[in-house]
Every structure is written in structure tokens, then in C-alpha cells.
Ligand binder design. Sequence first.
Ligand SMILES: [Zn+2]
Length: 899
Amino acid sequence: MSDHQLPKAYDFKSTEKRIYAAWEAGGFFKPWNDPRKPGFDPSVKPFVISIPPPNVTGELHQGHALTVSVEDLMIRYHRMKGQPTLWVPGSDHAGIATQLQIEKMLAREGTSREALGREEFLRRTWEWKEKYGGIITQQIRRLGASCDWDRERFTLDEGLSKAVREAFVTLFEKGLIYRGPRLVNWSPGLRTAVSDVEVEYSSEEAKLYYFKYMLADQSGDYIPVATIRPETILGDTAVAVHPEDERYKKFVGKKVVVPMLGREIPVIADDYVSREFGTGALKITPGHDPNDYAIAQRHSLPVISILDVAAAVNENGGPYAGMDRYDCRDKLWADMQAAGLVIKTEPYTTTIPRSQRGGEIIEPMISTQWFVNVKPQAEKALAAVKNGDIHIVPEHFEKDYYHWMENIDDWCISRQLWWGHRIPVWYCEDCDKQTCTREDPTHCGHCGSANIEQDQDVLDTWFSSALWPFSTLGWPDKTPDLKYFYPTSIMETGYDILFFWVARMIMAGLEFVEDVPFHTVYLHGMIRDEHGQKMSKMKGNVVNPLELMDEWGTDALRFTLLVGSTPGKDMSFSTKKVEANRNFTNKIWNASRFTLSAIDALSSEENGRKTTDWTLADSWIWARLQNLVRDVERLFQTYQYGQAGQMIYDFFWSDFADWYVETAKQQLSLGGDRAYTTAQTLARVLDISLRLLHPFMPFVTEELWGHLHKALQASPLASVAKDWPVMLIVAPWPEPRDPENWESQAVADFTLVQDIVRSIRNLRAEQDVKPGKKLPVVFAASEKTAMLLGQKSVLASLASLDVEQLEIHASLSAKPENSTALVVGPVEIYLSLAGVVDSAEERVRLEKDLVETESHITRLETLLGSDFANKAPTAVVNKEREKLAAYKETAEKIKAQLG
Ligand SMILES: [Zn+2]
């Protein structure tokens, strides 16, 4: 009894933890060539990925699981290829998300952010971060992520804060950062500006309000105008019409009166106005609408803001000041009705912007914010992709990138929050000027006054994440890490943040480090449910990766995500697929158990066995494996990981486990040198299969490879494992080699054996032959006679044939009596089913088959005799002709059997 025997079933629960700890303890997550260590060689090219930092408040979702699986696959592949690999982990402070979370916690305690004050609030937030901030990284570890955890970073840590400060001051000194009033997306609930990415648009039922804009000349004439937000009338500064609109031409240049406020505003002409929409006249509210804002810029119109930070009406709203925006809407409309200014209202479906975090309606508002003029950076970033310094996968996203970069707006970087990088600008109360420095100033940089106060706002979280690929490596200091690992190799992330994040990293890298942050951008798709629907909490179709890992194991989840994903394309995810891949894990386990027992069996025999010639099956499995290695390499080079995974799956399940292992059972039963050679082939094929599978399913492969390693070392086959490292994670990747001459013949021959076995198995199933029943058989094998004579025992064991009554001839003078014929390629097979199948029943079955076959023949002959043969495409007609020929052949065979 050997001590290498595996448990019957794979217990992923205990294995995953143990293996992960062993990898970490072995230091395998670190680059083997490390600029921080002695013996470092700067000439060896590293492979580097910076992880897209998850929010520190985050809970692992399927998006993270996909990101981590793909990146870990890339890292493990390059590590096995022998490259020094570095995967930098970390998390994002996530300004709004974290602040909201803490505010909710404070509310439960009966207090609030305002009551605590800024300093205490930040202390409480850090306290929370220290306690719970590690949850998401623990969950990422569960996925098997082989990150260098000693290099873990946080966007608010000391080093990254220094990087943010350096970046801000640099841009400020270049005059590329400025403060000013602008129209921004305002979240009244959060009382802060939010970025475009934090706004969600949905189609909702609303109302379109029609009313009269009275001419100021007392003529009683009016311009009809429609709006979905009547409260914004209070901020109108013009009415615009199309210059060629005959209805309104006469009013252009005149004045109209703002309802209830009595302000006079001009009627202007602008091409932007659509004559067909609404009444064809547009009220212009530059303070609360981005398109109106643009028109106001063109016509030098004043901008009036009518809302305060909570979206209540401010002093510009006259009698409505102090009212909530929606109360104001009702009151104003009622007053206008009383004043005879209302025409009508009608239902209207429109797009409503809502806050991604709070859910309330976002209000476009004028507010004083900090901006970055990104035009100069955008030009460089555009060129970097156009000239091939950065390559986007899949390529069609390059077009979107160009479009966005060519039309980029200044970036609003200030947020009215407390949790984040505070804006490093101080205002002087004496001379009113701004001081922006790398170290906190004590005096005004202009007049020397000590009466200075720091800006209250913090920076958009994306400002710090834009610096991520180099700030994590130590920038602005010229660290050895930065020098060696920058630019990184690949940025892998979802296509949904190409602009918000990827584009900004490219701009920042070129601006601050004067080099691209990565050479390749790999964009994965979104994960949808099994019906192709977007996953959302509202729909209740969200699946939790942690629960999937608990139930089916991490490898099953990873394999499902990796095989299901194609670059840039959304994938449909179903739990059933994870279950199926858990079954694959078991298949790998069982095939490995079989291999280990074959190796162990050698140890109990006397030593001195040696390798003998390969059988056809040995040659075939080895040739198929080499072909797989070539395919996988080719697919990996073009990022087709899903397809590569599917091919490995098919090889392992069908070629190896179903065919080779079955054949090997017969070969092992012969004992001696044959068993020795078979065990050696099993071991070598399993070894390479596990290496190929490792980046997809790291845990089960590591566990099995470890057992294989030990079993080989203790066996007469120790030389197979001679150069193996201690763990699979650092074992060399199987390198493809050119096919050898013998390979294609071996594959063709064994494929014929498989076809013969399959057709005999099908016949046995059709005729209900008992599985154990060994059948007598005669082959007329023509040019395959010699080959099949060599496979006699393989055929007998795989197709349950009676080896004593198995005859293989080149040709036969007469067909054997009472037999059923099968034809496979050039080989005729005559099976004797006498006594096995009731002959009367068999006759009935054959007659029924013949009737059905002849009806197909009649149908196809009619079809091919009709117009169809002339009109349908040749390929389609030929296909029908082939079908007809096949039916005719079958009919002949059945007739021959009926005698
Ligand atoms: Zn001053």
C-alpha cells in the first residue's frame, strides 16, 4: 500500500487555503528578479500588471472575479514562461462610496458628519478602514490571486498621497489647473459634484408643460414654449428659436417676460433649436442645462443659478425662494395657471439622470469647482494609441477612444467631500491670492500673510487612480521599482471604464513619467445572467462569487469565467456552468488518481523495467498533446484565453480521460515493460496537462501535481520528475515544438480505431446488447489490415469484442453468415449478433428502418427533381444530393441484411 494514494474525492475547501498559504510562504508571488534584492539583473524583461484597485468598501462581485481570474491567468502564464512577474495589488479609497458608508454608520449611532466635524470624521473613517478595509483583498486572495502582497498600496496611503500632491502642483504650476464656475452634475442628496460615471440614465415617465412666453411690448402676443422642468423658468435668460422659422422670425430681437418674476429676457435665433421639437421655441436656462449653457456662451447671455446645494430654490427664485425644487414646480405652475399663462400638459417619456449612489435626480448646476485643462494631455494620449505605443484589445475600441479623446472636455476634479485628497491650495484673506505648494504652507506665497486657509474640497477619486500604474511603484521618487517595472505590460479591465480610468492613466503617464503606463490594454466584457440580462439588485439576478466558491470551489468558478469570456464581449453566466466545471474538476481528479495508482503499482513490482516501444495509443495521445500545446500557445498570443481553455478541457476530458486512460487499462494489465511504458506516458501527459490547466484552475492542478511529483520520486519513474521545481506554480510552461513526421499518421490511425469503436458501441446500444457481452467479429480491413492487427486487444477491450473470435483479414471471399455489417472508412465490420438479439425482433426492426429510409429517398428524389435543384444555391443542393446518396447506401445495407 502506497502513501501517495489520493482521497477518493477532491476536497477543495481544505485544499485551497493550504495551497494558497504554501505559495505565499514560498515567495512565489514575488518577481524572481527583484531590483530590491542582491543579484538583480536589469536586462531581463519583467511582466507587470497593476490590479484595477477595487473600492475599499467593496464586496467581491462577479466583475472583480472576472478581472482577478483573467489577470491571474496572465501572471501565472508569464511566471511559468520564466519571466520575472509582478502583479501590484491595492485598493481605492472611493471617496463618495466610503463617505456614504460612514455617514450611514454615524446615523445609526445617532450622530452625523457635521456634528463630529472634519477631523473626527476622518479619524472615524480611518478607524473603519483599518478594521474592514482588508475584506475585499481577503476575498481576492480566495480567488487564487498571485499578487505580491508586500507591494500592496492604498490610494490614500502616504506614498500615493505624495504622488497626488506632486501631480496637482505640477499641473497647477503649468497653468493647467484652474478654479471657476461651471455647469456640473450636482447630487443634491450628497451635496457634491459627481462625475459622469456616477450618473445613471433611465427612461422614465414625465410631463411636458406648455406655457406662454408673453411679449414685453404689451401686444398680447406670446411664444409658446414647452419644458419638462417648469421650475427652471425662474433661471431663464432667453428664448431661442430657429433663424429660419417663419412662425417666430418676427420676434427675434424683441423681449419676453419671465412668468411670475417679470424679468425681461431677449428672443434669440440659434441653429441649435429644432423646429420640429415641442413648439419649436426653446427656453434657455444656462444655469441648469448643459446645452443651454453652450448656447448662452455663444450669445453672451447671463447665467442664473436658482438652486442651492440641497436643490432648494435660492434667492434668485423671488417668491419661491426656500422651496424644494419639486414643491416650487407645483406652486409656480399653479400660479401661472391662475395668471393665464398655461397652455396644457401632456405625458412624456424622457431620460432622467439619477445619482448612482443616492438614487435622487441629478441637477445640472453652476458651481465653483477646480478643473484640469486636459487638451494638451489628450493630444499626446491620442498619439500614443495612433502610433502603436499602446495597443487596445479588441481593436475596435480604438475608434471609441479616438472619438472621446478628440472631444474631451475639461475635467472637474473637485468634490465637496471630506474623505479624499484635500485640494492643496490655500487662500489668502489679505491679498486674495492662491498658494499651491508641495509642502503645507504657513504663509501666503504672495504677500507673506499668515492669514491663509486651505480649500475645503477634496479631489475626485479618479485623480489618484489615474496615477495608479506609477504611483504604486514609488513615483515621484525615482525608485528602483519604478525604473525596472514601468511601463507595466498590460492593463486589464472592463470596457466600461476605458474613458474614466484607462484614458486618464494614459494621459497621466505621458504627462508625469513621460512614458506610456502600459503597452497593451485588454478590455473584458460585462457579465450578464443566463438570459443575457444585465445583473442588478433590482432584478434579483445577481450571483455572488463567494457563494459560488463555497459551493463548487474556486477552480470551477474561475474556469467558467475564463472559458466564457472573449475580449470586449459580454458573457452570459449561469450557475449550471459552474456546476459542470466542478464536474470537470472531479474528472481531472479521477484521471490523476488512476495515473498515480499506475505509478504506485510499478513500485510494488521488482525493479529493472525499461521503456519499450510506444503503442499506437501512446503515440496518438502524445501527438494530440503536442498539437494542443501549439494551439494553446497560438491562442494565448492573441488573448483568446476562453478558446484555449475549451481546447484543454476537450483534450483532457475526451482524449485523455475517456480514450487514453481506457486504453491504458488494457496496456497496464499486460504488466512488465508495457505497464512501465504506459505509466510513464500517463505521467508525462498528466504533467503537461496540469501545467496547461494551471493558469485556469490553479488549486486542483497544484494539489495533483504535488502528488504526481511525490509518487514519481518514490517510483522507478523518478527520472520523469528529475528537473521539476518544488511547486507547479513555478514549473516551466510547456513550449510548443514543430510537429514530427510520425505525428499525423499516428493521429489518423488512432482516429480510425476510435471511429470503429464508436460505431460498434452505437450498434450495441441500438440493439440493446448487454454491456458485458463480448461479441465475435470479422473485419475486412483492406489497407488498414496491418495497423488493425496491431490494435486487436485495444479494439476488443474498448468495444467489448471477443478477442478469441476476432478476425482481421484484408478481404473476404464471402460475407459471414448471420452477421450485421458496419462500414467505417475503408473497413468493413461483420458482427455476429446471433443469439444476442432475437432474430424475429431484429427483422421487424430492420423492416421498419427500411420503410423510413425509403420515405426519405422518395422525398429527396421529388425535391431534387423539382425547381429547387435549379434555384437553390449549389452548396445547398449538393448537401441534399449527399443525403440522398447516404440514404440509398443505408437502404442497400438494410436490404442485404434482410437477405
Ligand atoms: Zn496674501
